[in-house]
Design a protein around this ligand. Sequence first.
Ligand SMILES: [Zn+2]
Length: 277
Amino acid sequence: MPADIYDWIAQLKSDQWVLDVGSGQGSFPGAEYSCAWLALDDDPAAYTNAVRYSRVVGRGHQLPVRDGSIDLLISHHSLEHLAPLDETLAEMARVLKPGARCYISVPNGYGLCDAIYRLVFKGGGHVNRFHRDEVVSLVEQRLNVRLAGWHKLYSSFVYLRKLMELLENPTPKLPRRLMMIGWFPLRSVGFVQRTLYVGARLLDRWLRTDLAVYGWAFFFEKSSGQPVVEQPGYVNVCLYCGTGQGAASAQRTGRLSCRCQNCSRTYPFTRPFRNTV
Ligand SMILES: [Zn+2]
């Protein structure tokens, strides 16, 4: 059965613990769960909304958690930000229960999507850069877990939407390169995002490239002895909030458009190709 993070979370009992490292507002705010949940982020401003879980301000390399106490470790788009990486991985290994599961997602540090992000935001806090096989072997060795499944994460270049928000309400602290982008009409940033979204998917379909792939989601657990297979990824990802959805269940608003299940806004629909749904 394919690994699914929402299933993994739902399977945990009330006396079990999730640790969400670099959680921001919470890695999976829509998840149903009955376990205990600790979210950790080094930015107090990340905790602005009302949420159900326990929150703590802290760093990945100094986890305020007892040895061997965590049943599911989540690091969702955070490992690329965490330094020092060696100490962070050692801390993650320390807090895991024997037989714990890990969900780790990272950007392809050498892909188009991350390259544009790093260019626009001058690194944007991405201090670690990974190839796919590199991050898998690093986590397997350091956390003593085995890869059970993985899938590609398709991008909607949603950070360009965040850029538009920054330019709409510029502060004096905004870097010069972003101010220069602000000289162009704001809607041109939206046009670039939409062009990248559609263009990258067309090229991926025709040329079998991975230009629209932002990164990967990895599911690690104790070795199951089963072969590791690539699971299908969501190719339809909201331009406005970044939520992915399956093409079969997407609400269509036209032949070439669909509605986001999370924010209800409309964006271009992509027919699945290769290993996507
Ligand atoms: Zn949305």
